[in-house]
Design a protein around this ligand. Structure first.
Ligand SMILES: [Zn+2]
Length: 345
């Protein structure tokens, strides 16, 4: 059984990270079908069962899915599952969405039973409950989705009662609202977590209010999106080197930074008008700031720089489609990257 090998095999996280980096780099250089074709080629260069093969096949499946070729995506996921090697995310859980799209309900039920069995046998199953719950939710199987989200909460708490799977907590909240179910203690916890998170971001909200005013200059003709300033990975490293205290508003590492930007974007959902992620660069920022007699990364200069990025077209529209490439440039699907932490309905 493949999943037993998943749980017992040596967890080579370094290898998976290396592959993820390569996936990202290749996705930037290539386009369209070239990407999954090359990923498949990488997989074929590795012996069945050897480290890396299943991971490349799973990334190829994700890419075919993004290209809209669901049949080929399924073939890659199935092959990865049969291979049984280590992957970043489980290919069967990834495949579920494709199977549901293709209406292959018998195979859906087989995969669900398979995943349940492995989880009962003690498999860790990184993000599996959340992925399965989301796929079922997207296809209207709400009762089952709720079951998976709920199971994910108890699963994440089995070793440490304080650990809560936020993806499952949010998913469960959404599905329970859709089903018209009354609030329970997990729903309370979910809303409490959101309030805590929003409170840490109040400063950023004020900054956006300033930018909003700047964008609404009474020319009446300029149409630029409201942007949230985002530093790509290398740029964030440079920013934090130069201003270590910037961690307070940017986040202390790139993962935290991306989560914050994503949350800012979601907070803007009610804004009437286009919203976007502004792509900052330190060199450009310094040039911009100095032209205004500034040297620091203070809130008002950041706000003006955000507006500047909007006017000069350096932004990515938000939100991407759930299966489109993530706005952060990782090369992963939005729903598997920054879109994974959803607080909205
Ligand atoms: Zn992302």
């Amino acid at each position: 059984m493949s999943a037993v090998r998943h749980s017992l095999s040596f967890m080579d996280d370094d290898l998976l990270d290396e592959i993820l980096d390569e996936v990202q780099a290749l996705a930037e250089q290539l386009s369209g079908e070239q990407i999954p074709l090359l990923f498949e080629e990488r997989a074929r260069g590795i012996a069945p069962g050897a480290p890396g093969r299943a991971a490349w096949l799973t990334h190829a499946g994700e890419r075919w899915e993004m290209e809209g070729d669901l049949v080929r995506a399924k073939a890659c996921y199935e092959e990865a599952a049969r291979d049984g090697g280590e992957t970043y995310l489980d290919p069967r859980a990834e495949m579920l969405n494709v199977l549901l799209e293709l209406d292959e309900t018998d195979r859906v039920d087989e995969v669900l039973a398979d995943l349940r069995r492995d989880l009962q046998a003690g498999w860790e199953g990184r993000h599996v409950h959340e992925m399965v719950g989301e796929s079922l939710e997207l296809h209207g199987r709400l009762d089952e989705a709720m079951h998976w989200f709920s199971a994910g909460l108890t699963h994440s708490q089995r070793d440490d009662p304080e650990t809560v799977d936020l993806g499952c907590l949010n998913g469960r909240w959404r599905v329970r609202r859709a089903l018209g179910l009354p609030h329970d203690r997990y729903d309370e916890l979910c809303e409490e977590r959101r309030r805590e998170y929003s409170a840490t971001l109040e400063d950023e909200t004020r900054l956006l209010e300033d930018e909003k005013r700047l964008l609404e200059v009474p020319t009446g003709t300029v149409s630029a999106p409201l942007t949230v300033l985002y530093w790509p990975k290398e740029e964030l490293d440079l920013v934090l080197d130069r201003w270590p205290t910037a961690a307070e508003h940017c986040g202390s590492d790139h993962t935290e930074h991306r989560a914050r930007v994503e949350q800012r974007m979601r907070d803007l959902v009610g804004h009437d008008g286009q919203v976007a992620v502004g792509l900052g660069s330190l060199e450009d920022y310094l040039h911009f700031a100095r032209s205004r007699g500034e040297e620091s990364l203070d809130a008002s200069t950041r706000g003006m720089y955000g507006a500047h990025l909007a006017y000069t077209g350096r932004f990515v529209a938000w939100p991407p489609g759930r299966s489109d490439r993530c706005w952060c440039g990782s090369g992963l699907k939005y729903k598997r990257c920054c879109g994974a932490l959803r607080f909205d309905g």
